[in-house]
Design a binder for this molecule. Structure first.
Ligand code: GAP
Length: 589
């Protein structure tokens, strides 16, 4: 007997998400739109819970981070200053036959024999002199390459083409051919990922504006306003959650790479290491096992970078993404942007591979300095203690300090292929400002994707179980084991029978008591086992059943108690209604 083939895990998750109302394709009734996704009733709750847990961990539970809620469309000069107008692009190639667009660096490298023709002649004698190539993988007949060649020239108006000037050459690991049909791809061209629009009625180039490709830049642009209004002093952070838009060349892996998505970003502003050295003589730098539990005044950027990595990993653990599901990619110096000191990507083991969930970058003072340069508005902060510390240095000590900074900056410039002289001059100016207590803050940026996180928690929660039903028949059921804190519905409330008004009235009472404190779902239809199973599949961690014991029909000692059922082990216990809130609230908040 042939075995029924199991669909891959990702397919099962996608299907469950649609069936249970987590995620729908955007505009589905019109055939959908690639790279855009809608969240249904359960998905909307899940995302809201993720947003809330992140916001709480990043600002409400901290004294040194405040929030921001900025516009999606901002002055276009912001994107010029940030570098996005000039460099926020991916390499893109088109298939010469199908016109399908590929992100060049995502094309699977292929090996084989390349067939090239100098042109083709039609049955009517008409010729086309465009050269065209096809990659033929090992084991395929040459005719299949020629078929693709004929299709190419036919498309260019050559009737019944005869291929001309055929040559062949072996090739290894090439990204230059369409993996689906072997046809040649165009040379990679940079494709700017920002969506644009026009602000106002005239719609000319001067009115061009962009949908933000990251939430971070608004934080930089509002840095001085927040600093002035929030009574925060460096080191402190500004965080924001909001939509971002990228016209990704190839959206893929469900919601993983979308064109509209949400980011949760923190820009944590710190003093440059040179300022810390002036203030504290020594800068605490990272060593394996360093104590990161409480930030210290003498921490340099490396300590802050590791501190935020630890904080973010602890956050993921607190919502059910433990160490076994997480991995790391520490960018090599040659992968780093020229202004970045370090970057660690926190990866999640998705069903389609281990991929980035969040990036934590040490971005130096690049962003604020760029905005200072382009806007002409100072982005410096003033630190009285720093000025006092500098004031205590005599001239010789100041000269030695400047020489030291110059040497460090020149070395860094040399490593990045930049002018050492320019670096020395900049270092001199920087030190003069520092002695006056002024500097442009540096930044550590933990930047996470909310949609990726939603997908990660769905994948981590997805479990299949086999269980015997009342007749002993083995049934397969799906359980979403969300951490209670992020579960879309926290409690299912069920009267044992719906045709017993006393049970229904009591269940309604319990539901009304709980619903103001947590998201509950009232369900009275179907047998109780089915109702439990429906909530297991939605990821609801607790079920409360109002039965005859609740009404006191099995003795006064059980009156006003309910059955509390736990999703993960189907354990049941009796709990007085009066104790339900105290028992559940700490688990779901
Ligand atoms: N401000 C820095 C920044 O935007 P990024 O690595 O480009 O850095 C940060 O993006 C996070 O945003 C990523 O780790 C990912 O979680 C999320 N993200 C980026 N592009 C995305 C996309 N096309 N679809 C879904 N999430 C995306």
């Amino acid at each position: 007997m042939s075995q029924i083939k199991e669909p891959p895990l990702m397919e099962k998750i996608v299907s469950l998400c649609k069936r249970r109302g987590f995620i729908f394709q955007s505009s589905e009734i019109y055939g959908g739109i690639n790279g855009f996704w809608d969240y249904g009733p359960l998905g909307a709750e899940l995302k809201r819970n993720l947003r809330d847990t992140w916001w709480r961990a990043m600002t409400r539970e901290r004294e040194d981070v405040v929030g921001l809620d900025a516009t999606i469309i901002m002055h276009p000069a912001i994107w010029k200053a940030s570098g996005h107008v000039d460099t926020f692009s991916d390499p893109m190639s088109d298939c010469l036959l199908t016109k399908k667009r590929f992100r060049s660096d995502h094309v699977e490298p292929q090996s084989g024999v390349v067939y090239t023709w100098t042109g083709a002649r039609g049955a009517d004698g008409k010729e086309n002199g465009d050269s065209f190539s096809v990659l033929l993988p090992a084991g395929k007949p040459p005719e299949s390459a020629r078929k693709v060649g004929i299709a190419f020239y036919t498309q260019r108006g050559v009737a019944n083409p005869e291929l001309l000037g055929e040559t062949t050459a072996k090739i290894e690991n090439s990204r230059g051919f369409n993996p689906e049909n072997g046809a040649q791809l165009t040379e990679p061209k940079p494709f700017n990922l920002m969506f644009h629009t026009y602000v106002g009625a005239t719609a000319d180039e001067d009115d061009k504006a962009y949908l933000r490709p990251e939430t971070a830049q608004a934080i930089f642009a509002q840095f001085k306003n927040v600093e002035a209004s929030s009574r925060q002093k460096v080191p402190f952070g500004i965080c924001q959650i909001g939509k971002a838009f990228r016209n990704e060349v190839t959206p893929r892996n469900y919601t993983f790479r979308s064109r509209e998505f949400e980011q949760m970003e923190l820009e944590f502003f710190i003093a440059p290491d040179e300022a810390i050295r002036l203030l504290h003589a020594e800068v605490a730098t990272w060593t394996e096992g360093a104590d990161l539990s409480t930030p210290q005044p003498n921490w340099g950027w490396e300590m802050w970078h590791h501190y935020w990595e630890k904080e973010r990993v602890a956050y993921y653990d607190s919502i059910g993404l433990g160490a076994d599901l997480i991995d790391y990619h520490r960018q090599n110096p040659d992968e780093l942007a020229h202004y970045a000191r370090a970057c660690v990507d926190i990866l999640f083991k998705f069903p389609f591979g281990t991929e980035e969930l969040e990036g934590i970058a040490a971005r130096s003072d690049f962003d604020l300095s760029q905005h200072q340069k382009h806007s002409g508005k100072s982005q410096e902060v003033f630190d009285e203690e720093l000025r006092t510390a500098a004031g205590k240095l005599d001239d010789a000590a100041k000269t030695a300090f400047v020489a030291n900074v110059q040497s460090e900056w020149a070395q860094r410039a040399a490593k990045n292929g930049k002018s050492e002289d320019a670096a020395r001059t900049a270092a001199q100016e920087f030190c003069e400002k520092l002695f006056k207590g002024l500097y442009v803050p540096h930044v550590i940026e933990p930047s996470a994707g909310l949609d990726r996180l939603a997908l990660a928690v769905l994948a981590a929660a997805y479990h299949e179980e086999e269980k015997a039903d009342v007749n002993g028949k083995i049934e397969k059921r799906t359980v979403l084991r969300f951490h209670p804190r992020i579960a879309p519905v926290k409690v299912g409330v069920f009267p044992l029978l719906k045709n017993k008004p006393e049970l229904v009235a009591k269940a309604r009472e319990v539901y009304d008591m709980l619903k103001g404190q947590m998201h509950c779902f009232y369900d009275e239809t179907g047998n109780i086992g089915r109702r439990y199973a429906r909530q297991d599949e939605a990821g609801t961690p607790f079920g409360v059943t109002i039965d005859f014991e609740t009404l006191g029909e099995k003795g006064p000692e059980l009156k006003d108690t309910v059955t509390l059922r736990y999703r993960d082990d189907a354990r049941q216990e009796r709990v007085p209604i009066s104790e339900l809130l105290d028992l559940l609230l700490p688990k779901v908040r």
